[in-house]
Unconditional design. Structure first.
Length: 93
């Protein structure tokens, strides 16, 4: 319906959450194939401090680098610019 009105669609897929099974991945692939988004991005899941996911696995996390030097904190600092870029990519603006 959106494509008929000239609206592009996009998906952001995160893989590797605890409990994810091969059947879940196959279902996601079927969904993307059926939906045929104009663009999609993928990433491997990672815990972001302060989220329910982080809290659920925090007892098993190992800090490899000081928090301020890791990608997550840099992405947080650059959040507004990153969101603008992501939105522009999805909308073609």
């Amino acid at each position: 319906m959106s494509r008929e009105r000239g609206i592009q669609s996009g998906m952001f897929l995160m893989w590797g959450y605890e409990g994810e099974e091969l059947e879940d991945i196959e279902a996601t692939i079927r969904h993307v194939s059926t939906s045929q988004p104009d663009i999609f991005f993928t990433t491997v899941s990672y815990p972001i401090k302060g989220t329910p996911y982080y809290k659920s696995i925090s007892d098993r996390l190992v800090q490899l680098q000081p928090w301020g030097t890791q990608f997550g904190s840099r992405a947080e600092d650059q959040g507004p610019a990153t969101r603008r870029g992501f939105t522009a990519t999805l909308t073609g603006c």
